[in-house]
Design a binder for this molecule. Structure first.
Ligand SMILES: Cc1cc2nc3c(=O)[nH]c(=O)nc-3n(C[C@H](O)[C@H](O)[C@H](O)COP(=O)(O)O)c2cc1C
Length: 236
């Protein structure tokens, strides 16, 4: 962090961080090397390790400290098979909706539900309407909070050498009923966790020429929205 002295424009490079250089580097490295994984080894995750990952998820920020996340561990093989069927049905619907990229999409591997060591469903709790702080105009901030928890889990898993794949190809109402979740709750993600043969070095969708990471400079604007990432020529 750079600290600017109040009475001068001189920039003093005073390190304000509580973290050591290797710790800081580790944070950036885990972000860069986290991957959405779809290839797993079948061996289970150690229980203490899984507890650490879920504890990391629970450290996430949430709107009004609402903590709307719930996690269902799917242990029963038949339930896992039913979830796989739901995902497969939605994969086919998605392919159809894609039109000209249908066949290309069908060739992608988009989940590892049957192969991963641990299957979790991340969900939104019921009764969220009682939480207004930070949600009056943006009720979807509950979903944003669950996404923060999932990202914590993803990063902690990567640091521990465990792969995770986020699967959103499913009909939420069917999954809610399958898991006997109460009305008002909502499944958000099927999370495949487990040991992996190796982490992909790049996003699989990049490796398979489906999409590319955007140029960051085109995504940052100053003061006013502009389509090319640069400020408009005329600003009032
Ligand atoms: C909200 C969300 C939903 C996703 N759903 C799926 C999915 O259903 N199937 C899939 O293969 N990948 C899914 N992904 C993973 C993305 O495809 C992946 O994050 C992206 O291609 C970048 O790759 P990386 O995570 O390895 O950097 C999802 C990711 C997010 C954040």
């Amino acid at each position: 962090m750079i600290c600017r002295g109040p009475a001068t424009t001189e920039v003093n490079e005073i390190a304000m961080s509580d973290f050591s250089e290797p710790e800081i580097r580790a944070v950036y490295r885990v972000m860069a090397e986290r991957r959405d994984m779809r290839h797993f080894r079948p061996d289970p995750i150690d229980e203490a390790l899984l507890e650490r990952l879920l504890a990391a998820a629970h450290l996430a920020p949430s709107v009004g400290l609402m903590q709307p996340w719930r996690f269902v561990r799917v242990r029963h093989p038949e339930l896992r098979a039913s979830i796989h069927q739901l995902v497969e049905a939605e994969r086919i619907q998605t392919a159809r909706a894609l039109g000209e990229r249908e066949e290309e999409f069908m060739r992608l591997k988009v989940e590892g539900v049957r192969d991963c060591g641990e299957l979790l469903v991340a969900a939104l709790m019921p009764g969220r309407e009682a939480h207004i702080f930070g949600r009056r105009t943006l009720p979807q901030m509950d979903l944003a909070s669950v996404a923060c928890a999932i990202q914590n889990l993803w990063l902690a898993a990567r640091a521990e050498g465990i792969g995770m794949g986020w699967v959103s190809l499913f009909d939420p109402e069917s999954l809610r009923r399958l898991l006997r979740m109460p009305s008002g709750s909502q499944p958000v993600a099927v999370l495949c966790l487990g040991h992996v043969p190796a982490f992909y070095s790049r996003p699989m969708l990049e490796e398979q020429n489906w999409a590319r990471r955007a140029d960051l400079t085109k995504l940052i604007m100053t003061d006013y929205w502009s389509d090319d990432g640069h400020p408009p020529r005329e600003s009032p």
